[in-house]
Write a new protein. Structure first.
Length: 143
């Protein structure tokens, strides 16, 4: 069955619409990738440049920082330091562990989005090739 010129013109318009839709979709994916990359970099900076904060928190929580005018010594001072040190250490380790997990999750989401964008570009190229074929057919039909 032979197709008419109107069929090819309609197909041409449909392919143009598909290209526009795919471009919009790819732009949305690229925006998501940019946001994920920004979050990934920010969490990476927290991990890289704030690793010493765990020690800083432990030092700041010592009894002599809490009550500097009191001369604490002996059993109660050691007990207080041990309780505070344990709490701070656990909290900071949980904090950095959670940041590390978030960093990993964002990295995995970023990889998925980049793969989705690659697939979008592949399908866009296929649609463009199909559009060129239809365009050639229309030109041959008209000439």
């Amino acid at each position: 069955m032979a197709y008419t010129l109107d069929y090819y013109k309609n197909l041409y318009n449909q392919l143009k619409c598909q290209i526009a839709d795919r471009n919009r979709h790819n732009n949305n994916i690229q925006n998501e990738i940019n946001r994920l990359q920004d979050a990934y970099n920010k969490l990476g900076n927290i991990k890289r440049y704030n690793a010493n904060n765990a020690d800083k928190v432990r030092v700041e929580a010592r009894l002599n920082k809490v009550a500097p005018n009191v001369n604490w010594r002996g059993f109660y001072k050691k007990e207080f330091d041990a309780v505070i040190n344990g709490r701070v250490e656990q909290g900071t380790s949980e904090f950095f562990t959670s940041i590390d997990r978030m960093h990993d999750e964002i990295g995995q989401a970023l990889t998925r989005k980049k793969n989705e964008l690659d697939t979008g570009f592949s399908s866009l190229n296929w649609i463009r090739n199909r559009l060129n074929d239809v365009d050639r057919t229309i030109r041959n039909w008209v000439n």
